[in-house]
Design a protein around this ligand. Structure first.
Ligand SMILES: Nc1ncnc2c1ncn2[C@@H]1O[C@H](COP(=O)(O)OP(=O)(O)O)[C@@H](O)[C@H]1O
Ligand SMILES: [Mg+2]
Length: 218
């Protein structure tokens, strides 16, 4: 399956989610081929850091400026995860034509809902063309949700996302704002490797299992 993780805005957590998902899949027995199409190269830098430190499993992540649809479709026995940034729109659009689904992490704010709306507007015409194969899905979820449940932004963001034309599913599984995401990344690790019993790991596993229901995880 080809999953493209995308959003117009930087800082929404694309690379963090791509990296944590890639390691989670590898640990659970599924080979991952990653493509990093963002000139910032965070996803591939994390893979490199992991290798340098000697953390296992290693990840196969290709930092590339462009990728062809055929190339993405050629990995029949692997899970493909593509991290894209708005700085490389052409590559983003090409990747989307091959994608089985597009996963959009959205921080809980009105500005991020607007940015997501704009993003859907920009990619809309390209998706219409590829949607003809009937399998492409656009999924969104809230990342960096407030840990204080009485703050309304997360709920409001989910409600606003549900009303956006172009989003097929708003996943009810949030990742909250947890410093462990930042800290683990700086060690080339995932939250569930560093703090397996932590809240971030628990929330992440719920999201990962929902995204990959066929994966038998532990
Ligand atoms: N749920 C979260 N809680 C806390 N920090 C997060 C969370 N998700 C991402 N971050 C941090 O936010 C920063 C930006 O995330 P990143 O994945 O690089 O965003 P993007 O790839 O969309 O630009 C990183 O320092 C990352 O560790
Ligand atoms: Mg990034």
């Amino acid at each position: 399956m080809i999953t493209v993780i995308a959003n117009l805005k930087g800082g929404s957590g694309k690379s963090t989610v791509a990296f944590n998902l890639a390691v989670w899949l590898e640990i659970n027995g599924h080979h991952v081929v990653g493509y990093d199409l963002d000139p910032q190269c965070t996803f591939s830098d994390l893979g490199m850091l992991r290798k340098e430190i000697g953390n296992k499993p290693e990840l196969e992540i290709h930092p590339v400026r462009a990728v062809l649809k055929e190339q993405l479709l050629s990995h029949e026995d692997a899970e493909v995860i593509v991290d894209v940034g708005a700085a490389n729109m052409a590559a983003m659009k090409e990747a989307m034509t091959a994608a089985d689904r597009i996963l959009i992490p959205v921080p809980p704010s009105q500005a991020d809902v607007w940015a997501t709306q704009r993003f859907l507007h920009i990619i809309g015409p390209d998706l219409e063309a590829t949607k003809l194969n009937g399998r492409q899905k656009i999924l969104a979820f809230v990342n960096r949700a407030d840990t204080n449940k009485s703050i309304r932004e997360t709920h409001e963001t989910e409600s606003a996302l549900k009303m956006l034309p172009g989003i097929d599913v708003v996943l009810p599984y949030r990742l909250r704002m947890r410093t462990s995401f930042r800290r683990s990344l700086s060690e080339g690790m995932t939250v569930f490797e560093m703090w397996p019993r932590g809240k971030a790991a628990e929330e992440f596993r719920i999201l990962a299992r929902a995204l990959y229901p066929h994966v038998v995880s532990h």
